[in-house]
Design a protein around this ligand. Structure first.
Ligand SMILES: [Cu+2]
Length: 147
């Protein structure tokens, strides 16, 4: 089966039929940060990312960035994020992301953010996401919508 065309390296975590790849957090300019990763579902049933928690943040939520005219805003993802069978869901700049709010400590390049992902069927899995230079990961579209 050659469903993978993108080389993401090695999965950082696996649970059930799910594998997590390439987690990272662009170094945030404020006490709010985004967490990105890829979930590959190698099973034949859909699963759903229904919860996220991190000791690094007072609150973690699943968000989606949507373009609204010439501005980008973020809305909560209701009901979880589906991981299609024999497929994947990508959390990336400009799309789905985990919003880490009320950061406990300032995040700097080189730090590691621990997070626990909860899937409806597969259960929970812990990941470690490195904090990387925002210029290479991009926070430039993450501006809040207050002018
Ligand atoms: Cu957000």
């Amino acid at each position: 089966m050659a469903m993978e065309t993108v080389d993401r390296g090695t999965a950082v975590a696996e649970v059930g039929h799910l594998a997590i790849y390439a987690p990272y957090v662009p170094a945030p300019p404020a006490d709010i940060a985004a967490l990105y990763f890829v979930v590959v579902n190698e099973g034949d049933e859909p699963d759903r990312l229904i919860g996220i928690s991190s000791a690094a943040a007072g609150m973690a939520m699943l968000h989606q960035s949507v373009t609204d005219g010439d501005t980008m805003r973020m809305t909560p993802v209701e009901g979880g994020l589906e991981t299609p069978p024999a497929g994947e869901v990508v959390l990336a700049q400009g799309g789905y992301h985990v919003m880490l709010m009320s950061l406990v400590e300032t995040l700097e390049v080189g730090d590691i953010v621990h997070a626990t992902l909860e899937f409806e069927i597969a259960g929970t899995v812990m990941i470690e996401a490195p904090v990387i230079d925002a210029a290479s990961g991009g926070m430039d579209n993450m501006a809040s919508d207050d002018q």
